[in-house]
Write a protein that binds this ligand. Structure first.
Ligand code: ADP
Ligand code: ASP
Ligand code: MG
Length: 820
């Protein structure tokens, strides 16, 4: 069996890698007849190109020569140190000769201020030539027989010296004349060929893949293996999306589309020879050599893939748009344009025109812009009358999704458009490619990575993906995470995938763009060493993270009680996030902001949900909204809105002393850490304000009248412990109140009321048996709504209105509502 092995620059980047490539070659040569095609070590070709550019511009180019020399010296020093059979001297001589060549010709370029194409191609291909010599020495030292193929003599090429095409039939004839013994290893530098005049020509940047394909055809190889630095052809460039998956199989047709649209993993020119001679091609990873990689072959021999799409991109694109006055002339102008472009060897990446809208659009790489612009100017000059304007847009990227029949998948395309809009990434143009198997989106270059990540996530996750950013991991936040972990499997059955991307407390942030492994989040969180000095810095960091624009369906959940975070809500919504909050600070802020956020969330089509602001997990806000939506009118409201006060006054009924009841409530975790916050009535007032606002009243917190529970004369500007001792003095005061009300067959409750005119009060009231609040105790809440439909018997909702379990489940239900 004959196998072609091609090693790219990334596989030859340093001595260690070159040696490990030599091992792969030897292993293979024991099993098969092998022919090896080598690229230049990584970055060398770029540096050689830079050298020419600098010399032409009379810039300091000598440093670049030194850099190239040093890189090769480092490689051969290490290699000869590791293997004493390799002579450093011999290799040094070869390198020195080529470096001298570079020095001589750079000087000529410097003096000429230009670089003739023939010199250009000789300079830029030196990397391949040196790689081949180095490999030859290594393999020789291991007693392998080598046959060196000089592509300038054996691969015949036509066309542009810098990007030529191989005449396969002629090359086959030439190569088949070489006598090849079974045991020898064939070596050939990639990227180079020769023309009829026997001059060195190039096969285009990244052209060593093409060399390998040509050699495969010429030797009638059974397999062509392209060894690179990734696990095959993946669903996306793994340097951008680390979740990219390997495609086990691909057809020649698919890979042509993919590489034409930018995927660097295989040069587009290489596919034709492989396809013509039906040679299967494998893309393999030099750094993971036992991994199966990707097999590229004929359609009918392809097995089904787990992943059946790939996303690719081309960066640094210019869009040229010719607007025409007269649609009858469009074909004429188009013909002229395409002819001139062809003559200048400019490749158009995408092209679209419209007779109805009178335009021709096409996309080119930046390097072709200068020549294209000249052509456009000429066309404009000759057809001024017919051309309205010529528009150029720079710094664009083309992101393409390659998937069978993708242009018919309207739902998917709609989803992509919707999510891009949400992330504020403008799609400048969408082009459905004629093959029907790919669609390209044109966006600004600065959004390239986010755009790629987004499309990848959308296509990879067919389910509803929710990305959570959880701020605050006190009782509620922690419990919420627990509930999410518990429900993950059952949600997956309902096609809902929850990913927690961010978890933060007041000084630490745990963040992973593609989702934290939630099972052990606590340990991970503990391990974070980077603490933010203050809240402001932490909030700034969160802002940076949410601006990344690469989330499909992101939701911020605020389980803090921070005012500073609530000030950022507008920003979160503007950045395309749904917002769920258990924090009351925003909704009890100014009525102006209360209204503004609702308009903003409507405008951006974002959910703003806050069910747990009132009554913990009880469905209060939702009920008010439902009543309003169905035409009911809320008239009055009365309720017990505090779990701690419900508990305390329930205990007083039973004859327990006030100070004891407060103590017990605190121990049960029903009160705030400082029970005065509950006893002040402010928390109840806040909840009442939210209910009133939901009912339609434009009120501020100061409009809620609070009659204090503790007598005015009771001074309490002391610490919590002292306060808890001091309230013993109030035991008698409350016992008296209770026995008085008992005599009247009434009970005392701390009640919030909204009357017909929207007047709101919170105060201690005596109520009788008929009032549904009479029985409320043990931390229960109760909400009584009198409405146009619900009277004379009102609508009552009662249940535990506080506690981590019920409140977290309220947040969870908001979460599920946000995706409906
Ligand atoms: P080599 O030096 O081996 O020729 P290249 O840099 O030319 O390697 O091509 C391999 C690179 O192609 C990978 O490192 C990866 O970043 C990029 N790439 C782009 N798209 C894809 C894709 N869909 N699958 C795999 N790699 C891709
Ligand atoms: N070394 C050349 C380049 O960088 C050819 C190749 O690597 O395929 O373009
Ligand atoms: Mg390559």
């Amino acid at each position: 069996m004959i196998k072609i092995l091609k090693f790219g620059g990334t596989s030859l980047a340093d001595a260690k890698r070159i040696l490990s490539v030599s091992e792969i070659i030897q292993e293979e040569s024991k099993k098969n007849q092998v022919a090896v095609v080598l690229s230049a070590p990584a970055k060398i070709t770029n540096n050689l190109e830079k050298l020419i550019k600098y010399a032409k511009k009379k810039k300091k180019y000598k440093k670049i020569i030194l850099k190239i020399k040093n890189k090769f010296l480092k490689i051969i020093t290490k290699i000869s140190n590791k293997n004493k059979n390799i002579s450093f001297k011999d290799l040094y001589k070869i390198i020195n000769k080529e470096i001298k060549f570079l020095k001589k010709y750079s000087k000529i370029i410097y003096l000429l201020k230009k670089c003739p194409k023939k010199i250009f191609s000789q300079i830029i291909s030196k990397g391949e030539i040196l790689s081949t010599y180095i490999m030859m020495h290594i393999l020789h030292s291991k007693k392998n027989k080598i046959i060196l193929i000089n592509p300038v003599k054996k691969i015949l090429s036509k066309g542009n010296i810098l990007d030529s095409y191989v005449d396969i039939n002629q090359s086959i004839k030439k190569i088949q004349k070489i006598k090849i013994s079974n045991q020898s290893i064939i070596l050939m530098p990639g990227f180079i060929a020769g023309n009829k005049k026997k001059e060195l020509v190039l096969l285009g940047r990244n052209g060593s893949d093409y060399s390998a394909a040509i050699l495969s055809a010429c030797l009638r190889a059974d397999i062509c293996e392209i060894w690179t630095d990734v696990n095959g052809v993946l669903t996306c460039d793994p340097k951008i999306v680390d979740q990219a998956k390997t495609l086990k199989n691909m057809t020649y047709k698919n890979i042509i589309e993919l590489s034409n649209l930018g995927a660097k993993v295989l040069h587009p020119k290489s596919i034709y020879p492989l396809k013509k001679f039906k040679i299967p091609c494998y893309i393999k990873n030099t750094f993971n050599k036992n991994f199966y990689g990707t097999k590229i072959y004929k359609k009918n021999k392809i097995k089904k893939n787990k992943y059946n799409f790939s996303i690719t991109y081309i960066d640094n694109i210019y869009m040229c748009c010719i607007k025409i006055n007269n649609n009858q002339i469009i074909h004429k102008i188009q013909k002229k344009l395409l002819n001139s472009i062809r003559k200048k060897y400019i490749s158009i990446i995408l092209f679209s025109n419209s007779i109805n809208f009178n335009y021709i659009n096409f996309y080119i790489e930046k390097k072709h812009f200068k020549n294209t612009n000249k052509i456009l100017k000429k066309i404009y000059k000759n057809s001024k009358k017919n051309i309205k304007k010529i528009k150029i847009i720079k710094k664009l990227s083309i992101i393409s999704l390659v998937k069978k029949n993708v242009i018919k998948k309207k739902d998917l395309i709609h989803k992509i458009n919707k999510i891009f809009k949400n992330s504020q990434i403008q799609i400048i143009n969408t082009i459905k490619n004629t093959s029907k198997n790919s669609i390209s989106f044109i966006i600004k270059s600065k959004n390239k990575n986010s755009g790629i990540k987004l499309i990848h996530k959308i296509v990879l996750n067919k389910n509803n993906l929710i990305e959570i950013f959880l701020l605050g991991i006190g009782g509620i936040g922690k419990t919420l995470l627990k509930q999410i972990i518990q429900e993950k499997k059952s949600l997956k059955k309902k096609n809902i995938i929850i990913k927690i991307c961010l978890i933060s407390n007041s000084n630490k942030i745990l963040f992973k763009e593609n989702g934290i492994n939630i099972k052990n989040w606590k340990e991970k969180f503990k391990k974070i060493k980077n603490k933010f000095q203050n809240k402001e810095k932490l909030i700034q960091k969160i802002n940076q993270i949410i601006k990344k624009k690469c989330y499909v369906n992101p939701i911020i959940i605020d389980c803090t009680s921070s005012k500073e975070i609530s000030y950022k809500y507008f920003k979160y919504i503007k950045n395309g996030f749904h917002l769920i909050t258990a924090n009351k600070k925003f909704n009890t802020g100014s009525i102006k902001n209360y209204k503004k956020i609702r308009n903003l969330s409507y405008k951006h089509n974002k959910k703003f949900l806050y069910e747990t602001n009132v009554g913990g997990g009880l469905p209060i806000i939702q009920t008010i909204k439902n009543l309003k939506q169905t035409g009911d009118k809320l008239l009055k409201f009365q309720g017990i809105l505090s779990g701690s006060l419900s508990f305390i006054f329930g205990k007083l009924d039973k004859g327990i002393l006030f100070s004891k009841a407060v103590q017990q409530a605190k121990e049960k975790g029903l009160t705030e850490p400082d029970p005065r916050e509950d006893l002040s009535g402010l928390d109840v007032a806040r909840k009442l304000l939210i209910i009133a606002r939901e009912m339609g009243y434009n009120l501020e917190l100061k409009d809620i009248k609070i009659k204090k529970i503790l007598p005015r004369s009771f001074k309490n500007n002391i610490n919590v412990e002292k306060f808890l001792k001091k309230i013993k003095k109030l035991d008698q005061y409350f016992s008296k109140k209770i026995s008085q009300s008992k005599k009247n067959k009434k009970r005392i409750r701390f009640i919030g009321t909204i009357n017909k005119n929207g007047n709101c009060k919170v105060k201690l009231s005596e109520i009788d048996k008929k009032n549904p609040l009479y029985k409320i105790k043990n931390g229960e809440n109760a909400f009584i709504f009198y409405s146009k439909y619900y009277q004379p018997i009102p609508l009552v909702i009662r249940g535990y209105g506080a506690g981590k379990q019920v409140t977290a489940s309220g947040v969870f239900s908001d979460l599920l509502n946000s995706i409906l």
